[in-house]
Every structure is written in C-alpha cells, then in structure tokens.
Ligand binder design. Structure first.
Ligand SMILES: *Cc1c(COP(=O)(O)O)cnc(C)c1O
Length: 463
C-alpha cells in the first residue's frame, strides 16, 4: 500500500529556526521612521519586547528554539507530511504531491507556531498583556490560545464585519480566556476618530492594527506589548519549522529536493515557513520553482509596486519596503477568500525582487473549485487561503501530466476550513463571482505612495 503520511518523532523536531535574511544575496532595505531615516531597535521598544526585536533585526542564520517553546509545540508538532495520493489518482498525474498539514494545531492553522513563541518571549521579558488585531479571527484565536498556555492577558481587536458575521472564532477566543472587541471600538483614539467620521464602517485590518498598537503603547504600567501574526521577519522565522520538518520528511519518503514549493500568501508567513529552507537551497544552486499564491482581488505581489509604505491605515508603523496596494486599500466585499492585507512581508518581497520566487494570482471560483475537488478526493475541507495554493498545485499537476514528468510538489496546507463554511455555501449555491481588482482602483490606492520615500529594487541579477 502507498504510504499516505510521514510522521516524525518528537525527538526529531527542529531545534533551530532558519533566518533567510542571513543568506539573501542582496540585503533588504531597512524600515524607515517618520523622518525618512532608518529606525533603530530602541524605536520599536514601546511596541515589542527587546528579545523579539533582537530576532527581528538578527543576521544570524540559525536561532535556537527554547525548550519551553518546544514543550508547548509538542502538543501537535512535528506536524504530519501527507501525500495526496487520492488527488494524484483523480488527476491521473505522474506528479507526487506532498502537503505539510498545519491544520492539526488546536486553533486549526499554522499561526500558533509564532503565537506561542511570541507569547513566551513576551512573558520572559516581564510583559503581562498582549494586544493584537484579527480579521476573520484565525490570528486572534491563535494568540488567545498561546497567551492562555503561557499565562498572559490577551486583548483582540476584531474587524467589525467579521465580528458580526463570523462569531465562531470569537467564541474560541473567549474559551481560551481572551477579551475580543469589534474594531473600530470606542476604547482608543484611533477607533473613536473613525467611528465619528464613519459610524457604519465595516472596519479593516489597518484600522484594527492602529487600535491594538495604540492600546499597547499607551498602557501607563508599561507591561503591555503588541503582537503581529505575519509580515515581520521574526514571525516568518518562527514559521520555518514547517519547511525544516518537511525537509526531513521528504527524505524519509525517499525524495530528494522538491521540484516545486507552493504556498498561499496573505502577509507571507506560512509561505515563508514552508519555502524559506528551500529558498536557501535555491540560493545555493538548486533548481526549484517556488510559488507564492494570492487572490486576483488583492494582487499585492503580482501587480502592486515595490515601495515604502505604512503597515496600518493610521500611518503609525515604520515604513516597510514591500509590494503594497497602499495602506488605505480595502478589499471588495465580494472577495470571500482571506489574504486581504495591503502589503506583504518585506523578506518575501526582497526574494521576489531577487527573482527567487514566481508569484501567481488566482480567481476565487478556481480556488473554490480546487477546494471542493480536494474535499471530495483527500477528504479534508481546506480553509479558503490554502485553497488558493491548491489551485496552483492542481494546475502544476495537470501540466506534469501533459509533459509526462514526475514532478515532486510540496505545498503548505495552512489550515482547515471548518470555521469558514459560509464561503463554501456561497460557492455551492452559485453566489460567488470572480473579481479582478480594476487598474483604476489600484492606481487610486497606490497614489499616496508617491509622497513617501522611494524603495529601490536592488538585486544581484543571478535569477
Ligand atoms: C492567516 C492565514 C493565512 C494567511 O497568512 P500568512 O501570514 O500569509 O500565512 C493563510 N492560511 C491560513 C489558514 C491562515 O489562517
């Protein structure tokens, strides 16, 4: 019988995270402060604890994972690598499709790989409470889970429209002991200001970020910090445990390096997690196609300029050099598939500028079609985000069939869709349509970038 899952023992768990910043042929552009000059670590100190800021700016290739963090991760890690033999059979493809199953964590996604690490480092630093934002609630629930296990208070600002329409993750957060409020809220200046101007606003991730940061930095006790679930260097690094485990498991399965690594990218963390250990191989000469996938409704990597921009709507964060749709970007309500953030992790963007990655965008009907095919062959119901990656996996598996080539494909199954069934309902009842962000919209949102410092796209020219 064909083996369908490759497990590792707890003793085989990776003991170090991988930091791609150490190996990029051309370094990333530095974050800039309000005066246009690079910021120093001390400027981030009101927002993040110094032990995480050190990771954020680290140039070390490997960083040890503390045993106390591993002791929490063992609840579900090492995560299984599965082979999608039933999908392969259905597609009649010579490709061998492997997926790293991150849906097995208690909150159901890859996000606790970093929420646990961040909560633990904050606790070590003497912090008592973390604030954060959440869209559909995946990150909020992952941080609530981690804070409960580590012993921190947790406050989550949840985008209003999701707070009203997607109650289940809010209940998960409450079960794990967190306090979740709708954003914009009347608890912060940023929230009150927006409520005054637009009392009926559905909210946005950018607004919720502004509120969470404000509440952290204005706590007079100094014992509150902010936590971000994606985009930042240290977050991506915490996720590399995914790709490092996958590497060992592919070896056990008798494979050499994969021909392709595929992941969906919203802020870039699960994609970076599965792919960066293989980007390192590519930098060292391996021939691997590495594909981050996004929705056509929010085409950050495939159409947006590489520019300096703020991470939030209220322009309170440092300026980051990244592909960005503009900090005022609000995705259209027709889009059901997550991955809505206006920017993208600077580390992922520098790898794109280098030519190491081949980003791709898919329409939502094709990704839901892929998700349903997956559910009807493999059996698991995917979250809408990895369904975007699945559309690319199925395309590549069909191409391998046409070319008669035995391609090895690895992708990140970043989470299950059991909390996202409304999207399936909309798809199955024919209510979803495709949407591609019109060029005028893109120009409207990115116009403000002209008044910010320019980001030079620097590359070695090797790829
Ligand atoms: C949050 C989330 C994503 C998108 O975030 P990234 O930082 O790009 O990984 C993708 N998949 C799932 C299941 C998520 O919860």
């Amino acid at each position: 019988m064909q083996s369908v899952k490759i497990s590792l023992n707890e003793s085989d768990i990776p003991r170090q995270w991988y930091n791609l910043a150490a190996d990029l042929p051309t370094p990333m552009l530095p974050p800039l402060g309000p005066d246009g000059n690079p910021i120093g670590p001390e400027m981030l100190a009101p927002v993040f604890p110094m032990n995480l800021i050190e990771q954020e700016v680290s140039a070390e290739r490997w960083i040890d994972i503390p045993d106390e963090i591993l002791n929490i991760l063992y609840r579900w890690r090492p995560a299984p690598l599965r082979r999608a033999v039933f999908l392969e059979k259905y597609l009649d493809t010579p490709a061998r499709i492997y997926y790293k199953d991150e849906s097995v964590s208690p909150p159901g996604s890859h996000k606790p790989n970093t929420s646990v690490a961040q909560a633990w480092y904050n606790k070590q630093f003497g912090i008592k409470k973390l604030t954060t934002e959440t869209g559909a609630g995946q990150w909020g629930s992952a941080l609530a889970f981690a804070c409960q296990l580590v012993g921190l208070e947790c406050k989550v600002f949840m985008v209003r429209i999701s707070f009203d329409q997607k109650p289940f993750r809010k209940m998960m957060m409450a079960t794990w002991g967190a306090n979740c409020v709708a954003s914009p809220s009347s608890e912060t200046n940023a929230g009150r200001k927006i409520l005054e101007e637009m009392p009926d606003t559905p909210g946005s991730l950018g607004i919720a970020i502004s509120e969470a940061i404000e509440q952290a930095v204005t706590d007079p006790s100094g014992e509150t910090r902010y936590s971000l679930g994606s985009v930042l260097n240290h977050v991506l690094m915490h996720q590399t445990i995914i790709g490092l485990e996958a590497k060992k498991q592919l070896e056990i399965a008798g494979e050499k390096l994969p021909d392709m690594v595929i992941g969906c990218a919203g802020g870039g963390s699960n994609f970076a997690g599965v792919s960066f250990p293989f980007v390192a191989d590519k930098i060292n000469g391996a021939d691997i196609k590495i594909i981050p996938v996004e929705p056509t409704a929010c085409p950050t990597m495939t159409r947006a300029p590489f520019a300096y921009d703020f991470g939030d709507t209220a322009c309170t964060t440092p300026l980051l050099a990244m592909h960005t749709l503009g900090h005022a970007f609000v995705p259209p309500p027709i889009h059901a598939g997550g991955l809505r953030y206006h920017g993208m992790a600077p580390l992922v963007c520098q790898a794109i500028v280098e030519g190491l990655l081949e980003p791709r965008a898919y329409h939502q009907l094709q990704s839901y079609e892929a998700a349903v095919t997956w559910a009807r062959t493999e059996g698991f119901i995917p979250a809408p985000e990895p369904s975007q990656a699945l559309a690319a996996v199925i395309d590549e598996a069909k191409k391998a069939k046409e070319e008669g080539k035995e391609k090895v494909i690895l992708f990140c199954y970043s989470g299950h869709g059991l909390m996202d069934l409304m999207g399936y309902d909309a798809y199955l009842s024919g209510k979803l349509t495709d949407y591609e962000l019109p060029q005028e919209e893109l120009q409207k949102y990115t116009k403000d970038l002209e008044n910010l410092p320019k980001a030079e796209a620097r590359k070695s020219g090797k790829w």
